[in-house]
Design a protein around this ligand. Structure first.
Ligand SMILES: [Zn+2]
Length: 88
């Protein structure tokens, strides 16, 4: 039975000049990783860990869709609220 801890082992060559590694499509689909999504990379004792980077809105903390503005992530709902607060 497959679990989140299921190991997917694929023989991959990681010998390109820029050391690229492809994340298998099964894993990308399971974690809903789309092209250009951000990933965190870190190490444990003997492993390299890639983790989907989830951004939280700087105002409300939600993980809803949004965008980076001046290096801060703002969800679309708060972005709309900001536009409504303009007094000009
Ligand atoms: Zn927000």
């Amino acid at each position: 039975m497959a679990t989140n801890n299921t190991k997917i082992i694929k023989q991959q060559r990681n010998n390109s000049p820029v050391q690229r590694t492809v994340i298998p499509v099964e894993i990308r689909n399971r974690l809903n990783i789309k092209p250009y999504d951000y990933l965190e990379i870190f190490t444990t004792d003997d492993s390299i860990v890639l983790k989907k980077y989830v951004q939280n809105c700087v105002f409300c903390g939600s993980q809803d869709d949004g965008q980076i503005f001046k290096e801060q992530y703002i969800c679309n709902n708060c972005k709309q609220g900001l536009k409504g607060d303009q007094h000009d």
